[in-house]
Design a protein around this ligand. Structure first.
Ligand code: ATP
Ligand code: MG
Length: 272
């Protein structure tokens, strides 16, 4: 049994795997100035599934993930995570804009890994991973360190736990960032082009770790990637996004080999 399989059950404690809707966008519109980036967007991701978003540069893929992280707010529509609305909450029988506390609660279900790892430069690797579980989830230092050690084994970095991020390669830093996101035991992991800032020879190691996580745990994943072979490997569903909407979706075999939409054919022709 690999280290990944070994620790998988401990690392994904109670992700929902009942196939219920974990993420739902309902009529979501997002504008920046005069530009409508998301246009009445509907889509959903079921629990335990690995869904990949593909589409042209500047089409709004990162914006979708940033909305889920509540880093930006929609202009219209609703977003829910685990059946709880991210944008609104019920108060006194009425639906009102979500308050900070409500948003923080829903956000606990979501982990994100960014293109630029965003590690805390002044903290050693182990502390990068324990910081949020201790301060946000209220774990004891011992519990958080135990969890961090298991995750470092999962991403193959046990021997680097006492180093500072700048002492690691980009690929190693990105694997720390993946461990850090998993340490919060989110229901869903959002991945935004996590290998695009890496030197080509470091890409495979990070994708291997993600493949292991995808195949050996029940965590739900929503990935934005330009790595089409990775998308093909790990995805249950691929969503082709263009013009503010999902224009086509399906299993990777279908979408990559026999797309319905002319725009999808064009896009795949350019990137494959
Ligand atoms: N904070 C912002 N202020 C103004 N415009 C923004 C902001 N964030 C994104 N945009 C614009 O929204 C559009 C979508 O951006 P987004 O980053 O979501 O695209 P993307 O699909 O992730 O592109 P890429 O594949 O290049 O990463 C772009 O035109 C971008 O310039
Ligand atoms: Mg982007």
């Amino acid at each position: 049994m690999s280290a990944v399989e070994n620790s998988a059950s401990q690392e994904t404690p109670n992700p929902k795997t009942d196939g219920s809707e974990l993420i739902r966008f309902d009529g979501v519109t997002k504008r920046f100035g005069d530009v409508t980036v998301l246009d009445d967007l509907d889509f959903s991701v079921r629990s335990g599934k690995h869904v990949t978003l593909i589409g042209p540069s500047g089409s709004g893929k990162t914006t979708i993930l940033r909305l889920l992280m509540t880093l930006v707010k929609p202009d219209a529509g609703t977003i829910s995570v685990g059946g709880r609305c991210l944008t609104h909450q019920e108060r006194g029988g009425k639906l009102v804009p979500a308050g900070e506390k409500h948003i923080r609660e829903v956000r606990k279900d979501i982990g994100m890994v960014f293109q630029q790892f965003n590690l805390f430069p002044n903290m050693k690797v182990l502390r990068n991973i324990t910081e949020a579980p201790v301060h946000v989830l209220g774990l004891s230092k011992d519990e958080a360190e135990q969890r961090a050690r298991e995750l470092l084994e999962l991403v193959g970095l046990t021997e680097h736990m006492d180093k500072y991020p700048t002492m690691l390669s980009g690929g190693q830093q990105q694997r720390v960032a993946i461990a850090r996101a998993l340490a919060m035991r989110p229901q869903v992991l959002l991945l935004d082009e996590v290998t695009s800032a890496l030197d080509p020879e470091l890409v495979a190691g990070v994708l291997d770790v993600l493949r292991d996580i995808a195949h050996s745990t029940d965590i739900t994943m929503l990935c934005v990637t330009h790595e089409m072979s990775f998308a093909r490997d790990i995805s249950d569903d691929v969503l082709m996004f263009d013009g503010g909407k999902v224009i086509e979706s399906g299993a990777p075999e279908k979408l990559f080999n026999d797309p319905e939409h002319e725009r999808t054919r064009e896009f795949l022709g350019a990137v494959l």
